[in-house]
Design a protein around this ligand. Structure first.
Ligand SMILES: [Mn+2]
Length: 193
């Protein structure tokens, strides 16, 4: 079973994360930020990656450290579960609509961390979740898992829908990319990632 476990503690956040690439997408999420829990639950359920995410952060400051550090730890846990990244489909791309919004995510589990993020929000926040943290979360997630990640919001007007479409698009792209290939080989002209 491909699993990753990360415990990370700083003066700003205490984080315990476990991910299992089992195709079941069982989510047990508690970050103290309701909308972020909603997004991570979508990421887990739609990727098929079971995720336990328990975070105690300095929310009396704001949500920044909690969300960014969760991205760091969740990315590290995914990277651990993937190991050398041999034997997987490697690439995934998904277009996901949510009502009036349409998001596209395309990713490569390449060990070449990169984030392209094209999504503007109208409002500052959804609940206690600052929408500007969406880009910070995915940057931390991509860089700590070894992923090239492109996110484009093609159109949309409702910020809740836009964010949810983005998280679900990443989830579906990830579901494809982590799928084990038939012969366990590394998809690379170099033979190694
Ligand atoms: Mn929703």
């Amino acid at each position: 079973m491909r699993t990753g476990t990360i415990e990370r503690e700083t003066k700003e956040t205490q984080i315990k994360i476990n991910v299992v690439l089992d195709g079941k997408g069982r989510a047990d999420i508690d970050t103290g930020i309701g909308f972020f829990d909603h997004m991570l639950t979508a990421l887990s359920v739609h990727s098929g990656i079971s995720m336990t995410v328990k975070v105690k952060g300095d929310l009396h400051v704001d949500c920044h450290h909690t969300i960014e550090d969760t991205g760091i730890a969740l990315g590290a846990a995914l990277g651990q579960a993937l190991g050398t990244k041999a034997g997987i489909v490697r690439y995934g791309t998904a277009y996901i609509p949510m009502d009036e919004s349409l998001a596209m995510a395309s990713l490569d589990l390449s060990n070449r961390p990169f984030l392209v993020f094209n999504c503007d929000f109208t409002n500052q926040s959804c609940g206690d979740y600052d929408l500007c943290m969406t880009e910070e979360f995915f940057r931390a997630f991509a860089f700590n898992s070894g992923m090239t990640l492109h996110i484009n919001l093609l159109y949309g007007s409702n910020d809740h829908h836009k964010a949810e479409a983005v998280y679900k698009a990443v989830a579906h792209a990830l579901k494809t990319a982590v799928t084990e290939n038939s012969d366990g080989s590394t998809l690379s002209t170099k033979g190694v990632l």
